[in-house]
Design a protein around this ligand. Sequence first.
Ligand SMILES: Nc1nc2c(c(=O)[nH]1)N[C@H]1C(S)=C(S)[C@@H](COP(=O)(O)OP(=O)(O)OC[C@H]3O[C@@H](n4cnc5c(=O)[nH]c(N)nc54)[C@H](O)[C@@H]3O)O[C@H]1N2
Ligand SMILES: Nc1nc2c(c(=O)[nH]1)N[C@H]1C(S)=C(S)[C@@H](COP(=O)(O)OP(=O)(O)OC[C@H]3O[C@@H](n4cnc5c(=O)[nH]c(N)nc54)[C@H](O)[C@@H]3O)O[C@H]1N2
Ligand code: SF4
Ligand SMILES: [Mo]
Length: 730
Amino acid sequence: MLKKLKAALGFDIKAEAYAYGHDPEYGYLSAQKVPERWVKTTCGYCSVGCGMVVGVREGKIVSVHGDQDHPVNRGTLCPKGLSEHQTVASPNRAQVPLLRNRSGVLERVPWEHAYRAMVAGVREVQARHGLESFAVLSTGQLVTEEFYALGKLVQLGFHTPNYDGNTTLCMSSAVAGYKQSFGSDGPPGSYLGLQTAEVVFLIGANIADNHPVLWHHLNQNENRTLIVCDPRKTKTAMLADIYLPIRPRGDIDLLNGLIHLVIEHGYARREFIDAHTRGFAELEAHCRAYPLEVVAARTGLPPKLIWDAFQTIARAEKVFFAWTMGINHSTQGTDAVSLINTLALITGNIGRTGAAPMSITGQCNAMGSREFSFTSSMPGYRKFEKQEDRRELAGLWGIGAQQLPSRRGLAYPDIVDAILEGKIRALWVIATNPVLSFPDQARLQEALGRLDLLVVQDGFHPTATTELADLVLPAAIWGEKEGSYTNSERRASRVRAAVPPPGEAKPDFEIFLDLARYLGVGDHLFPGWRGPEDAFAEIRRVSAGRLCDYSGMSYAQMEAQGGIQWPCDEQHPQGCDSLYAAGIFPTEDGRAHLLFASAEKGPEEVDRIYPLLLNTGRTVEHWHTGTKTRGVPILAKLAPEAWVEINPQTARRYAIGPHDRVSLISARGRVDGLLVRISETIGPEQVFVPFHFAEQCVNKLTLPAFDPKSREPNYKQCAVRLERYRQPLP
Ligand SMILES: Nc1nc2c(c(=O)[nH]1)N[C@H]1C(S)=C(S)[C@@H](COP(=O)(O)OP(=O)(O)OC[C@H]3O[C@@H](n4cnc5c(=O)[nH]c(N)nc54)[C@H](O)[C@@H]3O)O[C@H]1N2
Ligand SMILES: Nc1nc2c(c(=O)[nH]1)N[C@H]1C(S)=C(S)[C@@H](COP(=O)(O)OP(=O)(O)OC[C@H]3O[C@@H](n4cnc5c(=O)[nH]c(N)nc54)[C@H](O)[C@@H]3O)O[C@H]1N2
Ligand code: SF4
Ligand SMILES: [Mo]
């Protein structure tokens, strides 16, 4: 029977069951997999930040299960978390430093050689073309302690401000939107809000696929009404009480319309608005241009649906507004975020549990990078342009304030432009895989090809990006290193090493400290540091008194509590669930700004040549560019290849049947052999493709259009044409 099932499924359920058979009592499946010891840590995929327990036997991670005591997930994990231990043993792990030799081949070198080559290469470029000709691209997937060390190393060791992260591909619009509205970054709410709000409004967020464990929080809230706004009828949308199948980019019109209805029908909380905000009169005047019929026409939503959503939001005492990439991935992302903040403010939904505008972040430690990475702001949410902030930080570090940059360096897309212009000649890429994830691949790859030096530091090799590198630095990954991650709700949780990294790979932290030594700045930047706990001690010191205050945290308390939400100081030793409870905001006058905006034309509209709008995103089984998940057997089997979702009407128009293959072509490139999924989840003029698959890299099609304020790419809409595909697969 088992054999038959195995044949039918195409994989060994006994082995696969073990990926899920995480409890010691399942040990009978395979005696070699009974753990000798358990290590508590935090999941290294998404920003939900689930607590997990890792089983170790003979120096290998043999299983994983959810931590029953962790407040975020109470023992549950999603399929990626449940199989995360299998990423560690992947045959594609980077194990030794590799340097490209004269014949163009990547060749194994000792670490000392790799460090010397990197430092000499960067110095040469900087000597010839200036300090700023060296740029660094990092990630949201290191531990906070690594971000902190890297920031110091780049800005004060290598002396280049041109340092940014893949977080600009992800949530820089949320950051910029928060800064515009409230004067600072920092998600005001927490997951408890999902459990306690009367209304949860998800905008451009497909949590069923991408933040699956958040469903457990929603499920504990029996009385809530769930509103979902997404052009695609996602798994999340299918579970909504009110689903708003909005026209792509219709959000700004919808939000203006909702704000108008709230004000017009007397639901605006005037007392709160008068005491804690500014700009109401201008907002009211602006939104008069958005009567229901106009908004319905522009968004493609029936007036009744908009009305229902308005009534539901306006009448509730507690509304939790949460959004993700459907909002951020747009040339108008920042302003859309500010409009969500404005709607929350005028309805009094801020500063209370269950009442907040909340950007759900993406990567496991996107927050740590926002708070301490020294990219778009200085550690502790300090502003480059504020002299007081520079003085304070310099004082804490015992350096002169003039050593700190007074402006931020180039953002990610501007680094790419500067490479193309010949201004940036050397690039260090850490824990991100741009050669699949950046829009308009042809242009990106042209840029990388022009570099004099490309150093890539990754846990895996080969990846699309390491393959192009002049120097590959092999890094330890989740399961092999120490530190902490901070999740979407500001909760810092411990990350523990369960096993040593493979081969000669080292934790990123060690690589940064080693490089500082080779640069001759080790004692200056990291005096007496031995491990991440020394960085954490400094993080506590430099964040004291800031909004993102870690001063009251300790590793021991994080482990005991299952993470602590900042601000955590003497006054709040257990951390805080909501920001802005007193209605005072970190702006000049302490008031939040009621910002508004009007919708502009998208950066690329459909036309006769490219008549379909391409939407891109994710699926539950895979993680981004697939370096981690595509090597995990059960995930690879569940979602082996890319697909394109096509509405039945469109399929009829093109005479396409289920399981046919098609090509998508945009003005920038083509992707061939995509498997067709005919489905009502997608509208007739749209198609959807996930971006996880190197063989069918959808970023060959996407366009280089960026939000002018946040520099975030517009990944969610570009114009494509569809053709049938009959050749053998590429
Ligand atoms: N399984 C899995 N989970 C992940 C990740 C992963 O790769 N795989 N990545 C993590 C990361 S880094 C991130 S950033 C998050 C992202 O999490 P999500 O933002 O949920 O992911 P996406 O699929 O990119 O996009 C969300 C939705 O936006 C919708 N959308 C597109 N255009 C519009 C529009 O104009 N308006 C509105 N309202 N919606 C629109 C799309 O149809 C899509 O359903 O997921 C995190 N979790
Ligand atoms: N079309 C389209 N493109 C998109 C998106 C979209 O929705 N549509 N989403 C965008 C978003 S939101 C994001 S966040 C980006 C993500 O894009 P990327 O950051 O490029 O994606 P990842 O696959 O997560 O890349 C992380 C890399 O770090 C490596 N790694 C993992 N852990 C470690 C570690 O501890 N140390 C080191 N040194 N390396 C490590 C992995 O092997 C991998 O190569 O993609 C963006 N691109
Ligand atoms: S929901 Fe996110 S944090 Fe939790 S197990 Fe899944 S990927 Fe990991
Ligand atoms: Mo992301």
